[in-house]
Design a protein around this ligand. Structure first.
Ligand SMILES: [Zn+2]
Ligand SMILES: [Zn+2]
Length: 144
């Protein structure tokens, strides 16, 4: 029995990818359509991405449960975010990659959570858009 149906990106290859926790464990989505994207990275890096995804799952669960440690998800210095930012830099050698920054639903972010510089709009083909910090490689969903 298949519990999750994988929806894969069919966009053109030019779009950057995003390191984003997902339950399927791949951790890589398309910055344009937000569907799973398959990019070939070295095995060691794929392993790192997969380990990060497992770690993020724990942090994400804490946030959902409002466990006392749940603020890790917003913390620039938490292990999960530091590791995530390190991984996007490594992925960037092969393919432009951003790090999905988790924001609370109604929170509008104007500034990069890492360096506090103004975020730049990254348009996609859909009605939604993202904002990014080109230096820190952070991407946030732009709440309208
Ligand atoms: Zn896509
Ligand atoms: Zn930044």
């Amino acid at each position: 029995m298949q519990l999750f149906v994988e929806s894969r990106c069919s966009c053109y290859n030019q779009y950057p990818v995003v390191l984003q926790y997902n339950i399927l464990g791949s951790g890589i989505v398309c910055s344009n359509c937000n569907l799973l994207r398959y990019v070939k990275f070295p095995v060691a890096l794929m392993k790192k991405i997969s380990d990060w995804n497992v770690l993020y799952a724990k942090v994400y669960k804490k946030w959902l449960d409002e466990d006392k440690g749940y603020k890790e998800i917003f913390d620039v210095y938490s292990i999960v975010n530091r590791l995530g930012l390190e991984i996007v830099n490594e992925m960037g050698v092969f393919k432009k990659t951003y790090y999905w920054w988790h924001v609370d639903t109604m929170e509008k972010k104007e500034r990069c959570p890492v360096c506090n510089k103004k975020l730049i709009s990254l348009k996609n083909d859909y009605s939604t858009s993202h904002k990014v910090c080109k230096e820190c490689l952070v991407l946030v969903n732009d709440v309208e």
